[in-house]
Structures are given as C-alpha cells and as structure tokens.
Design a protein around this ligand. Structure first.
Ligand SMILES: [Zn+2]
Length: 249
C-alpha cells in the first residue's frame, strides 16, 4: 500500500443549484429537494469562500490534494445550465459525478453536455449506473457492475479514461470500498464528513461535507478554509452511526 498523502483537503458536496425553485433538475423527491441550493445562496457561499480562503478550488488526483474542492453529484441539468457558467465566470474547475442511466433523461445532462464539461477542464467521474440506495449492502457482483458499466459508458462519451467516482448516498463500508477500488478508479469520494484521505488498494478515498438548502454561507466558507469545529454536528452524527454499525453487524 502506498503512503497516505500528507495533505488534507476540505471537499464540499453539492447536488443541484436552482435559479428558480420550480425548475426541475436532478432527482425529484422530497429528500432530494433538501440538497437543492438556490443560485442566490450558492453565489453567496462562493463569495464567502473567496473572502476567507482567497484561493480557487482544486481538482483532486492521486498526486495533488490540498486546499478545498467543489463536487456536484447526480448530473442534473443545473450542472450545465447554472453551475457551469458560475464556475467559468470565476475561472474555477470542479468535479462532476454522473449517474449514467440518467444521461439524456428529463432533468439531466445529455452526453454532449457532459462532454462539454470535460472539454472545459472540469473533472467528470462516475456516480454509478442506477444510483442505488444502500450500496454497501449489495452483493459484490452488483456493486462491480454498477462501477464497471458506468465507467465504460463515461469513457465512451469522453474518449478518455475515467478514474474518479462518488458513492451514491455515501453508502460505504470497507468491503464495498474494496470492490469499488478494484474497478480501476483512483480517486473515490464518500460522504463521510472528514478532510483526511485513506488508501484502499491503489485508490485514495476522500470524505466530503454535504451542503444542503439550509447550510449557511459562513459555515461553507469556514469548512473550505479548514476552520476547526465546522460541521461538528455532522461529524458527531457520522461517528455515532459508525459506532451503532459496529455493534449491529
Ligand atoms: Zn447522488
């Protein structure tokens, strides 16, 4: 196993950014709606991060990971219509994770739009084929298929190797992460609210801080800047969940 990178990175996990709450982008459900952030709030958050860090987000790869980063899950149409222009205006790059069975469906990006993100220098990775809930409990064969098939589809679209992935609903345990790391992905993102990476096989696994419609600009900026104590409630909940799992397995 290779040594852990010494650096830390504060990674924010977003989903849809909406100009207008009536616009349909990404998955449509009450729980999905809690992760949809208004464009006004998003701009306020990016400005707050700029004021506090005076730095641009990084694109993580196996050799570079320091500072803060922006990630967007699911591949909703707002990724192209709303988020892309905001990032381009600032000259910033981000990670986008695509649910490949949704490509071209209503509310999601087309193959051409996905290719355009990649062409502009953003990182495009997999968010599985079907976005299953509770992936860590699925049979290894099914987990493998989700990651291999989505990788193949994205590589066909982009004409380039795809080496990053984000796990749907952050549903991971060490066995399911091992399965994912065996499919050729090198940079893997979970939803564990931590800033330090761990290595599994040849992959580096990073936690992320999920931003919801209720997260304040101040909190997002403090997290991007690595201020201690930010997202402490989320961390506590995460550790409690881990403890409960260790007793119920
Ligand atoms: Zn998702």
């Amino acid at each position: 196993m290779k040594p852990l990178p010494e650096s830390i990175c504060h990674i924010l996990a977003y989903h849809e950014i909406l100009k207008d709450s009536s616009l349909l982008s990404g998955f449509q459900s009450k729980s999905a709606d809690t992760y949809k952030v208004s464009l006004e709030a998003f701009r306020e958050q990016l400005d707050a991060i700029t004021n506090l860090t005076n730095s641009a987000p990084v694109i993580l790869n196996p050799s570079t990971a320091e500072g803060w980063a922006l990630t967007f899950d699911d591949g909703g149409i707002s990724n192209y219509d709303v988020i892309l222009p905001e990032l381009e205006d600032r000259g910033w790059k981000a990670h986008f994770f695509i649910v490949t069975s949704c490509i071209g469906s209503p509310g999601f990006m087309s193959a051409d739009q996905t290719r355009e993100l990649h062409r502009l220098g953003h990182s495009v990775g997999s968010h599985s084929v079907t976005h299953p809930a509770g992936m860590r409990k699925m049979p290894a064969k099914k987990i493998l298929k989700e990651w291999q098939d989505s990788k193949n589809r994205l590589e066909d679209i982009l004409g380039e190797s795809v080496t990053s992935a984000a796990v749907p609903f952050g549903s991971v345990d060490s066995a399911s992460l091992n399965t994912l790391a065996s499919t050729g992905y090198r940079t893997i993102f979970t939803s564990d609210p931590v800033s330090y990476p761990k290595n599994i096989k040849d992959a580096t696994v990073w936690g992320r801080y999920t931003v919801t419609s209720k997260t304040s600009a101040r909190k997002v900026a403090k997290r991007a800047a690595g201020k201690p104590g930010t997202f402490a409630g989320e961390r506590l909940y995460f550790h409690l969940k881990q403890t409960v799992r260790s007793f119920t397995k």
